[in-house]
Design a protein around this ligand. Sequence first.
Ligand SMILES: *Cc1c(COP(=O)(O)O)cnc(C)c1O
Length: 370
Amino acid sequence: MTVQFLDLGAAYRELKTEIDAAIHRVIDSGWYILGPEVDAFEAEWAAYCGADHAVGVANGLDALTLALQALDVGPGDEVIVPSNTYIATWLAVTAVGATPVPVEPDSATYNIDPARIEAALTPATKVILPVHLYGQPANMDPILAIARAHGLRVVEDAAQSHGARYKGRRIGAHGDIVCWSFYPGKNLGALGDAGAITTDRADLADRVRVLRNYGSRVKYVNEVQGVNSRLDPIQAAVLRVKLAHLDIWTERRRDIAAAYGGALKESNLILPSVPAWAEPAWHLYVVRSRDRDNLQKNLSEAGIGTLIHYPVPPHMQQAYAALGMAPDALPIALQLAGGVLSLPMGPHLQLAQAMRVSALATAICPKADA
Ligand SMILES: *Cc1c(COP(=O)(O)O)cnc(C)c1O
């Protein structure tokens, strides 16, 4: 039995009739930029997230970059970012000319540790940018309290957390702007690049709406120096089909996570730790091992696909060499990068496959006393 890390083809096959019809509806309509399909997806995504507004953009990195621009973040400003994240979070900050100020994670949840944020604030801090990593919500209440106390804005990187809940409420409008990616491998994934922001603030939704379309509200009238980062209506039509299945697919992910959690108890792996207030979207099921590389190699030889999210933290990437940060300047991020392994996870993974992965992983990494 071989097990793919993620079977995107299966997701398409399940919904092929509906997706093909949606794509042809757009092609037949003759309307290929923005328009009714994008408007409809924006309304449906905002409603799903419990936010007043959604604005579709070209991808998740643009969602983050335009969110920071809408908040007038630029050169001289500092943005608090997690040390432990995908590099896109940092790239958005540097794209607008601001400086990323990394804060280490809580070593149980891997998300930014609110208790460490205050020490990182300076008079130049403008935004706190938490990431809901692996689909698990960051601890928003203390983050929002710090932001309120210091007059800061909060932008959330929700690229991995479609449908996740914090204290019962869906991620989508806890902070000032929430940024989404619909990259194909995300929990809600298009058939290409796509992204969006959600927010309760009409003024910020309006700014992103203008920025994504050449800084223009009315054709050939350009209010600001915008970009071309529009959500493609074909992708919007595909996303509308998939959105109707998102909750069922998230439930399947939750069942798989529960199966892994039970079956891996006899291994020496460190399993995900979920606070009582969190309902993760289970984008990834990430375990930790002192012997990670050996575990990955042995699983691979048995036909099991795994990935590492992420092998090199942003502060150690060549892209950020100019920041001059030593690897052990952020020891928790460094340690996580050396130990994390993402097991196969997705709505089309069979429970029997998850049990097979668990049995192999347990045999490779047994409990010392087993
Ligand atoms: C995927 C991802 C992004 C970027 O999304 P794209 O659509 O690929 O630009 C940003 N942040 C995180 C945490 C992600 O996982």
